[in-house]
Write a protein that binds this ligand. Structure first.
Ligand SMILES: *[C@@H]1O[C@H](CO)[C@@H](O)[C@H](O)[C@H]1NC(C)=O
Ligand SMILES: *[C@@H]1O[C@H](CO)[C@@H](O)[C@H](O)[C@H]1NC(C)=O
Ligand SMILES: *[C@@H]1O[C@H](CO)[C@@H](O)[C@H](O)[C@H]1NC(C)=O
Ligand SMILES: *[C@@H]1O[C@H](CO)[C@@H](O)[C@H](O)[C@H]1NC(C)=O
Ligand SMILES: *[C@@H]1O[C@H](CO)[C@@H](O)[C@H](O)[C@H]1NC(C)=O
Ligand SMILES: *[C@@H]1O[C@H](CO)[C@@H](O)[C@H](O)[C@H]1NC(C)=O
Ligand SMILES: *[C@@H]1O[C@H](CO)[C@@H](O)[C@H](O)[C@H]1NC(C)=O
Ligand SMILES: *[C@@H]1O[C@H](CO)[C@@H](O)[C@H](O)[C@H]1NC(C)=O
Ligand SMILES: *[C@@H]1O[C@H](CO)[C@@H](O)[C@H](O)[C@H]1NC(C)=O
Length: 411
């Protein structure tokens, strides 16, 4: 009797709940409190992590209906260094649902400090969720966080935009861990940056650091976050796990020491990150071994002045992107990590070049060759078979073959 009642409740949920498939397919007893608790956490994180589709949850019994790149790393040998893998990445995936409706809805929560936000397109960098991006092969995510206005929780915050009043960093981590638990061959690099935000003069003080430490430590984090630090690992070490790319400093950091007791992963200090460098830069993330990442993150070509054409902005970004990809493809410093950001904007330009315009052009004869993403197609084709490293995209889903071109012959 009890059993029947239990299963009919489950049927009911399966028909209505958006993340119902998780209930039915996640490991263990689908009817357990643990499963309901997980479902609640995933629901809380939904604004940012997104929802599971049938395709992304059907993998427990068969891989047949999984999207083409849902398990692409399974094809690579265990001994592969992560720096030898060409990895499609995204910039600010958390903003995927940041439409004008979302901004209007969150306006009062966002404006606790009286900040005036620009229109939504200034902040929006994607249109597919983290869950969808994972299924489509994305394995590097550049994510931005801040403490909420009461300093209680860590939320996703991009520049001056609150992305969700519900989803915390911890909730979204559970989304990624849940996905990894069903895609055990895959490794996901999560880059976290503290973005000064929700209240005036916010800093990454001991309290906020404590919240981040809480999110990134504990039994679940130990199971799903690579616990090594300061070197580029192999896939054998990181399958089924997150590799933390830490774009924030903690008070106890000591890059010249052994790192014991510090957060795991690759510490890419904001002090070493050459903001908006046109030429790309080398970032030493372990001062003992000189382990280095070569990064291009020229995100704002404002040297062009405020009246520059859309095309000249796209061209300026392409020069920087091509230079870093060329360096990666040349094979120089073969074991080092390369990260090339194809994402950028020039919002203060007239007309504004918002992230979507930079990535996709403006859809008219104003940008006859499209945006950075369209122009990347021929560039990537030219580097087929070469090392590229991580390529970080805005609006990664267009053109459709962009992710496949970054993956190249690996899959
Ligand atoms: C799905 O396929 C991948 C790669 O072929 C494999 O490693 C993984 O175990 C499969 N997952 C399931 C649930 O069968
Ligand atoms: C996306 O944003 C709209 C408008 O704010 C909201 O109604 C909807 O629930 C959001 N969807 C998700 C999955 O967060
Ligand atoms: C924001 O606050 C104003 C003033 O209190 C109120 O009129 C408005 O309905 C609120 N907006 C939302 C989306 O709750
Ligand atoms: C923020 O810092 C600025 C510059 O130090 C100062 O003028 C301002 O009063 C501060 N605002 C708040 C709310 O503390
Ligand atoms: C630097 O790399 C060495 C060798 O891999 C490692 O033992 C050490 O913990 C790393 N240091 C830091 C601060 O990560
Ligand atoms: C972006 O880079 C240009 C050129 O280096 C510089 O003039 C400008 O101030 C930078 N913008 C920001 C926000 O750093
Ligand atoms: C790291 O670089 C510094 C400065 O270039 C150099 O003095 C040191 O010998 C290097 N250490 C290693 C382990 O390569
Ligand atoms: C840009 O154009 C506007 C309107 O024509 C003009 O007022 C402004 O001075 C120009 N800015 C620069 C830097 O030339
Ligand atoms: C494209 O750019 C032109 C020139 O600035 C502008 O007039 C037009 O509104 C833009 N179109 C779109 C769809 O953004």
């Amino acid at each position: 009797m009890f059993k029947m009642r239990g299963s009919s409740i489950l049927c009911c949920l399966a028909a209505s709940a958006s993340v119902s498939a998780t209930l039915a397919t996640a490991a263990g007893n689908a009817n357990s409190l643990a499963q309901f608790a997980l479902q609640k956490v995933l629901q809380d994180g939904r604004d940012v992590f997104g929802e599971y589709t049938a395709a992304s949850t059907s993998s427990s019994s068969s891989n047949a209906s999984e999207p083409r790149f849902a398990n692409w790393m399974a094809a690579l040998p265990d001994s592969t260094l992560l720096s030898h893998v060409n990895i499609p990445g995204t910039h600010d995936q958390a903003t995927w649902n940041y439409t004008q409706a979302t901004q209007d809805f969150l306006r009062n929560a966002t404006r606790c400090d009286g900040t005036t936000a620009y229109p939504a397109p200034v902040y929006r960098c994607q249109r597919e969720s983290i869950a969808q991006a994972l299924d489509k092969g994305i394995r590097f995510f550049d994510l931005r966080f801040a403490a909420d206005p009461l300093g209680q929780r860590l939320v996703f915050w991009h520049s001056a935009a609150l992305v969700s009043a519900t989803a915390s960093v911890g909730d979204v981590l559970y989304g990624v861990w849940d996905w990894l638990s069903r895609h055990g061959s895959e490794t996901v690099l999560l880059s976290f940056q503290h973005e000064v935000g929700t209240v005036a003069n916010a800093t990454f003080d001991a309290r906020v650091q404590g919240l981040m430490r809480e999110a990134l430590t504990g039994p679940a984090a130990e199971a799903f976050v690579w616990q090594g630090r300061g070197y580029v690992p192999t896939l054998a070490e990181t399958r089924g796990k997150v590799v933390l790319v830490r774009r924030f400093d903690m008070d106890d950091d000591n890059d010249a020491g052994d790192g014991k007791g510090e957060l795991p992963g690759l510490h890419m200090s904001p002090n070493k990150w050459n903001v908006n460098d046109t030429n790309g830069f080398a970032l030493v993330f372990n001062e003992t071994t000189n382990a280095t990442a070569y990064i291009e993150d020229y995100y704002e070509p404002d040297v062009l002045g405020e009246n520059s054409t859309v095309v000249s902005n796209i061209d300026a970004k392409m020069v920087a992107v091509k230079a870093n990809l060329e360096k990666a493809a040349s094979g120089e410093d073969p074991d080092s990590l390369f990260i090339t950001f194809a994402s950028a904007e020039h919002d203060s330009n007239i007309p504004p070049v918002v992230p979507e315009t930079m990535a996709l052009g403006n859809g008219t004869e104003v940008t006859p060759d499209g945006g950075v993403n369209h122009q990347l197609v021929s560039v990537l084709k030219g580097y087929r078979g070469k090392r590229l490293g991580v390529v970080v995209l805005d609006f990664f889903d267009e053109p459709e073959d962009l992710v496949a071109l970054v993956l190249g012959d690996q899959v």
